[in-house]
Design a protein around this ligand. Structure first.
Ligand code: UTP
Length: 409
């Protein structure tokens, strides 16, 4: 698009400030800026103007329950054997979602590079690889691992893994891929810029992971390897078991399209998304979408019915993912701290949220599946997310849980 065409578009959308420094730029920078502007999805900005994200109003919700720990224990051996068989045949890959910016933690580098060690170095990435190595050692086979990064943290992440020799993992079984980026806006819907020639782009949420895997040409790679299932997990839960055979086996045995690890809620009001049924299909209802009646609904034995919170550890059938890859996911408008260039041209790193990012979320993929197995895990053994420096879901709380589970820090 030409400068004039871009100017017309920006005038129409009331975003002419993007060209404020255009005349100061080199020809190369000018071309780059025009390219960035021409690829803006204006639909996203309309969502902000209308003050609504595309999260559909929920349909009819019903409890889904979970395969509880007591049941899992009874069938542990059977599930484990099914899981081991699939894992040994390398039918199950693992996808690490590490494209986020971890703004709450406030760490400058990719979150996985954060050192949770006290008397020795122990990086978040290292914790995850150690956890996966437990499975690799058990099955004596490498698990193909795909690591999602973004434009913001790709180089740092890849260099870190190289420098640390992949923490002992076989690098032939690790592939990195980048997720897509989306623009961000201030609270008035004005597009933010990072520099005179650059829009402020942010990773577009963890929901685009499969699309990005496909764009990177990795689905055909998976098929060549014979992969039929993918687990997907967050970077920040340092305790989670990854591709543990009992979980893998239980999901396969259930014949469901997907599975998700869940933990029993700490209390009915806990702020977690709960796996349930929506119009007969699996879905995740966020805590703020639940009515008081739902929160306190109990069965005849007094057990809460919406009681199992998701921990961002899912397992999907690859063929089902391919069926839904082109379906649109809802766009969530999220308040975040977004570094930007102010009207004087100075670069600002805000200390509190100053605008919106647009994100698609992996949890919305669950509702595109026909069936899902919620698989209960014990909270203190498998859930230690690091979101904040201190307090709830923090470095402090995760360190305590790691130590409780025998990890030397
Ligand atoms: P979070 O919801 O914690 O988001 O991500 P975040 O951006 O990393 O952190 P805050 O909210 O700014 O503090 C949950 C998981 O999804 C990944 C993260 O890396 C983490 O593993 N994620 C998130 C992506 O891979 N891409 C994204 O665009 C967002």
């Amino acid at each position: 698009m030409t400068y004039e065409q871009i100017k017309d578009i920006l005038t129409k959308h009331n975003q002419l400030h993007l060209l404020k420094y255009y005349d100061e730029l080199t020809v190369k920078q000018q071309t780059s800026l025009l390219e960035q502007i021409s690829s803006i999805n204006w639909h996203l900005l309309e969502l902000v103007q209308n003050r609504q994200d595309t999260e559909a109003v929920k349909g009819k919700l019903e409890p889904l329950g979970a395969l509880e720990v007591s049941e899992i224990e009874k069938h542990k051996e059977e599930f484990t054997q099914i899981g081991i068989k699939a894992l040994k045949a390398q039918k199950v890959g693992a996808v690490l979602l590490a494209g986020g910016q971890g703004t709450r933690l406030g760490f400058d580098k990719p979150k996985g590079m954060f050192n949770v060690g006290i008397t020795k170095d122990l990086y978040i990435f290292e914790c995850l690889i150690n956890n996966l190595m437990d499975v690799v050692n058990q099955i004596d086979t490498w698990v193909p691992l795909y690591i999602m990064t973004s434009d913001k943290n790709h180089e740092d992440t890849v260099h870190f893994f190289e420098e640390k020799h992949y923490f002992g993992y076989n690098k032939d079984f690790i592939r990195f891929f980048k997720q897509d980026m989306a623009p961000s806006v201030d609270f008035n819907g004005k597009l933010l810029m990072e520099d005179k020639d650059r829009l402020s782009l942010s990773p577009n949420g963890n929901g685009g992971w499969f699309h990005s895997l496909q764009n990177a040409g990795l689905i055909s790679h998976m098929k060549e390897l014979g992969i039929e299932w993918l687990t997907v997990f967050a970077v920040d839960n340092v305790l989670q078991r990854i591709n543990d055979p009992a979980y893998v086996g239980a999901v396969i045995a259930s014949k469901c399209d997907c599975g998700g690890k869940v933990v029993r809620k700490a209390d009915p009001q806990e702020r977690v998304g709960v796996l349930c049924l929506e119009d007969g299909k699996p879905s995740i209802v966020e805590y703020y979408e639940m009515t008081d009646d739902m929160i306190h609904l109990r069965d005849e034995n007094g057990n809460l019915l919406y009681n199992f919170g998701v921990i961002l550890n899912y397992m999907f059938r690859l063929d089902k993912l391919e069926e839904i890859v082109n379906k649109e996911l809802p766009v969530h408008i999220v308040e975040k701290k977004i570094p930007y260039m102010d009207e004087t041209g100075a670069f600002i790193k805000p200390s509190k949220p100053n605008g919106y990012k647009f994100e698609e979320l992996v949890l919305d993929m669950i509702h595109l599946m026909d069936t899902c197995l919620p698989y209960e895990v014990i909270r203190n053994r498998e859930f230690a997310p690091i979101k904040n420096p201190t307090g709830v879901d923090s470095v402090e709380s995760a360190r305590a849980l790691l130590q409780e589970n025998g990890v030397t820090l």
